[in-house]
Design a protein around this ligand. Structure first.
Ligand SMILES: NC(=O)c1ccc[n+]([C@@H]2O[C@H](COP(=O)([O-])OP(=O)(O)OC[C@H]3O[C@@H](n4cnc5c(N)ncnc54)[C@H](OP(=O)(O)O)[C@@H]3O)[C@@H](O)[C@H]2O)c1
Length: 506
């Protein structure tokens, strides 16, 4: 099956890590599965001079190493895919380079008898996003949105801004050249099957939705843990930190999907309208509230699996005395009808005990405790029965688990928590596509549901700016530390303990 109209995909930053590890492997898999439109051409753009042949060889290495189907060179369709790759050397702010690109694209169109549908993928440092877009506009490479015979779309990588002001400026600049419907801001989390499944689970089933509100839900926890140190990305990371790198995008997207109202349809704007409402209802962190609502930390050296890692402050390229957080936990409130008073506790960090992304919904206790309960995990919790928990595991070992109390066999009426679980790999034996496969295909098809709209970016930064400002103002409190391989600084337990709650043991 071929999808969509003939398309030329131009990747800016084609010599980079993302192109080699993710983008070309994703395009290869789409081609292998017959999902790319016929006559798809891929043009790499970067500064270094090289021939089309050299580019093809380099991309082959990446595909052989990283594509999920573990292809062999010479397999059916392999050579045909790479024959459709071209390279154009140029400078990102040089009009001549874009005029040259335009000529190459026209030649390719002419040779294959197609009209110019173009998907531009900006896989470069963010400082180049607007320079590239403005040169595309100036070189007449962006089709009018009303043109019937051809379209132009631009995928923009993350990070999108580093605070509200820079994100707004970038949006304004971009939208001076492109129409919003031509802009595809990527958050690869949304391309993950299990993230899309949050919507399927909520809105494709009727049993949980009536409970999905402040009356039945006690609180929500979201953990996105990474079990690696900053490693070779230390320079980038030190200018960013956990909140900018993970919370502003991935975690707030998970909050939006868990918190949103049912959309009128699954169309791009209907879903995104609902997500914006959630993000706009995030309660700002007021001046002086930073220590009540947030915890930040930096990892100390230690062992992560078989690797010994240094203290964050001793990583190469980390600035002396850096106060960049490698860990952040936040207590969020959505001030809206559905969620009023229900905290969302979120945490993320580098060098943690596990690589794991999981959402847990903790339901309220029954109104009256009628039963005793069995010893659980070696101790008896005298005050409460174990709550009902619904856990959605995004990665790894994607699964959905429901914890509920059951009577322990015997003469006494005592309850013990048990789990019903569903593991994706036990049921669906096909390999899940990589996030980038789904997202690139959606962009080719003009399907924008899984991309971030300008007002979503704005609303997320409006909240995140308040966290960053609270931290900025509090420059005297030392940043907490945590051992590599642990679950974060000690203060993170207190964030929940003071509300009479605790983190789910992952
Ligand atoms: N790598 C990942 O896993 C990952 C994950 C999520 C998001 N991203 C985002 O995806 C984008 C690309 O990531 P990447 O890791 O592939 O980046 P990268 O390797 O650092 O850079 C991509 C390309 O951009 C060009 N470039 C780099 N610095 C430049 C500069 N100062 N001036 C002009 N050109 C420069 C280089 O190409 P030439 O010098 O050959 O022109 C380079 O090959 C970034 O926005 C990143 O934040 C990456």
């Amino acid at each position: 099956m071929n999808n969509g109209k003939p398309t030329t995909i131009v990747i800016f930053g084609a010599s980079g890590d993302l192109t080699k590890r993710k983008l070309l492997p994703a395009l290869f898999e789409l081609s292998r599965e017959g999902l790319l439109p016929s006559q798809t051409r891929i043009v790499g753009f970067a500064r270094r001079e090289k021939s089309h042949e050299q580019f093809r060889r380099e991309m082959q290495e990446g595909v052989l190493q990283f594509a999920r189907s573990k292809p062999q060179s010479g397999a059916a369709g392999f050579d045909d895919f790479f024959a459709g790759l071209y390279y154009h050397a140029g400078t990102y702010d040089d009009p001549e380079s874009f005029a040259g690109l335009n000529s190459l694209l026209q030649e390719l169109d002419k040779a294959s008898g197609v009209t110019g549908n173009r998907l531009f993928y900006l896989s470069t440092p963010p400082s180049l996003f607007f320079p590239i877009i403005s040169k595309l506009g100036a070189a007449d490479l962006i089709a009018d949105i009303h043109a019937e015979e051809s379209w132009s779309r631009v995928i923009i990588e993350k990070p999108f801004g580093r605070d509200l002001a820079s994100a707004r400026k970038l949006n304004r600049d971009i939208l001076s050249v492109l129409h919003e419907s031509q802009v595809y801001r990527i958050d690869h989390y949304l391309g993950k099957e299990t993230v899309q499944n949050i919507m399927a689970f909520r809105f494709g089933n009727s049993i949980f939705e009536p409970l999905w509100n402040r009356r039945y839900i006690d609180h929500v926890q979201i953990t996105v843990g990474e079990a690696v140190s900053v490693g070779s990305r230390a320079g980038y990371y030190d200018r960013s930190g956990a909140v900018r790198d993970m919370v502003q995008n991935h975690i707030l997207q998970l909050v939006a999907l868990v918190g949103m109202e049912p959309p009128a349809s699954f169309a791009g704007n209907a879903v995104r309208d609902e997500k914006v409402k959630v993000l706009s209802s995030l309660r700002p962190v007021a001046a002086g509230e930073g220590n009540q609502l947030t915890v930040r930390g930096q990892y100390k050296g230690g062992k992560l699996g078989d690797n010994v890692i240094p203290d964050y402050l001793s990583e190469p390229d980390v600035s002396d005395g850096s106060r960049t957080e490698t860990y952040a936990a936040l207590k969020l409130y959505l001030d809206n009808w559905r969620w009023s008073g229900v905290p969302f506790y979120v945490r993320t960090g580098k060098a943690l005990a596990k690589r794991i992304s999981e959402i847990t919904i903790q339901f309220r206790q029954p109104p009256l405790v009628l039963f005793g309960h069995a010893e659980h995990e070696g101790h008896v919790d005298g005050d409460h029965m174990q709550p009902n928990l619904l856990s959605l595991r995004v990665q790894p070992n994607e699964s959905i688990r429901l914890q509920f109390g059951l009577k322990v066999p015997g003469s006494r009426m005592i309850l013990q928590p048990n789990e019903m679980d569903f593991c994706y790999s036990d049921v669906f034996h096909t390999e899940q596509p990589e996030a980038y496969e789904r997202l690139i295909l959606d962009a080719i098809l003009g399907e924008s549901t899984l991309f971030i709209r300008d007002d979503e970016v704005d609303a997320a930064w409006r909240y995140v700016d308040t966290v960053l400002n609270a931290w900025q103002e509090d420059s005297s409190t030392p940043i907490g530390t945590y051992e590599a391989g642990s679950w974060g600084p000690a203060a993170v337990d207190r964030l929940l303990a003071k509300d009479g709650r605790k983190w789910i043991n992952l």
